[in-house]
Design a protein around this ligand. Structure first.
Ligand SMILES: Nc1ncnc2c1ncn2[C@@H]1O[C@H](COP(=O)(O)OP(=O)(O)O)[C@@H](O)[C@H]1O
Ligand code: SF4
Ligand SMILES: [Mg+2]
Length: 327
């Protein structure tokens, strides 16, 4: 088995507020192998962004209480800000949902792409210029020499996301973290960006962590998927196993809510109910209030992640029955 590029173990992140504490991430663990695409899926507020922001040192207002996040053997959570900045942008590229918040509106996009390379001393000025033109071409921006001189507002949302991707891969990172990279885009552009990322992954052999609330995006794009709910991993499995033998009732609900691409009526089937507020540490199954399989034990005892098949883990007391039911 390939050695992991990134291994996150037992991550706990909290936000202290005036009157209470938000337990946003409660013991999240996952790993990413070289060349692998891992999907992190879950509804809004399930802790997807906080998990990755925690490990990248980009958390605002929150605190990583415990855990480790080893990237190529180094625990990112133990690094000083400067060391982490070096890794971020050079070895780990990051793209977010809204490129406008990450791009500088007063700077030409070409200069912004070059800046990253020069900061990380990846190449000299002349090299950075030539490489920026190549990158713009590679991410599908026509007329790179002209577009180099444009400002972000002169680009469409999809083109801005292409710029962000160019910036993220400029120093040839081993890992790209994409937090809802297509959520703000319309469906056609969404497909184009996913296909661009797919091509880059094949060509560069880089690993990707794809964060999405869209189960369809995850199943189309990822080799392995973890499902988050209330800041905990509910299920983790390779794609095929995941689709064939889902073992958590929440996963089954997510699967049922996939929008059928090409379907005239794009009907969504959301799961009834809502996620628990995260102002208390869970002592029982966080999904129990919405779960069709819930029993007394579920309301008494927190299910822990356990192995139910080849690289297949699930946090559910009744996983075996759920699998039988789904099969
Ligand atoms: N700055 C903050 N202060 C308090 N709570 C926060 C803050 N940022 C995020 N949270 C809470 O942490 C939880 C996880 O958020 P997040 O990781 O952003 O969810 P998502 O899965 O949608 O990316 C949510 O309940 C959210 O309200
Ligand atoms: S532990 Fe119980 S409530 Fe939680 S998902 Fe499994 S069956 Fe449902
Ligand atoms: Mg998010």
């Amino acid at each position: 088995m390939a050695e992991d590029l990134l291994t996150v173990e037992n991550l706990h992140t909290q936000f202290e507020r005036a009157d209470d504490t938000v337990y946003a991430v409660n013991g999240v663990s996952f790993s990413v192998e070289p060349g692998e695409t891992l999907g992190i899926v879950g509804e809004s507020g399930s802790g997807k962004s906080v998990s990755v922001l925690s490990m990248l040192g980009l958390l605002r207002g929150g605190r990583v209480v415990s855990g480790t996040a080893k990237f190529m053997g180094t625990d990112l959570l133990k690094l000083r800000r400067r060391q982490l900045e070096d890794i971020r942008g050079r070895d780990i590229g990051v793209i977010f949902q809204d490129p406008m918040t990450s791009l500088n509106p007063t700077m030409r996009i070409g200069d912004q792409i070059m800046e990253g390379m020069l900061t990380h001393q990846y190449t000299n000025r002349k090299g950075a210029f030539a490489r920026t033109l190549d990158l713009l071409d590679e991410v599908g921006i026509p007329e790179p020499k002209v577009r180099f001189r444009n400002y972000p507002h002169e680009f469409s949302g999809g083109m801005r996301q292409r710029v962000m991707i160019a910036m993220a891969i400029a120093c040839e990172p081993q890992l790209l973290i994409a937090d809802e990279p297509t959520t703000a885009l319309d469906v056609t552009v969404q497909m184009q960006i996913l296909s661009l990322l797919h091509g880059l992954r094949e060509k560069r052999q880089m690993s990707i962590v794809m964060i999405t609330h869209d189960f369809g995006v995850a199943t189309n794009f990822c080799d392995r998927i973890i499902v988050l709910y209330a800041g905990q991993v509910m299920e983790s499995a390779p794609l095929e196993e995941f689709l064939k033998r889902p073992a958590h009732p929440y996963t089954i609900g997510l699967k049922a809510s996939i929008i059928e691409v090409g379907q005239q009526e794009r009907e969504l089937h959301p799961i009834p109910g809502s996620a628990p507020t995260l102002t208390e540490l869970p002592h029982s199954c966080p999904y129990a209030t919405r779960c069709l399989f819930a029993q007394e034990r579920c309301r008494q005892e927190l299910p822990v992640l356990r192995n139910v098949g080849a690289s297949h883990y699930v946090a559910c007391h009744r996983a075996e029955e759920v699998m039988d039911h789904a099969g």
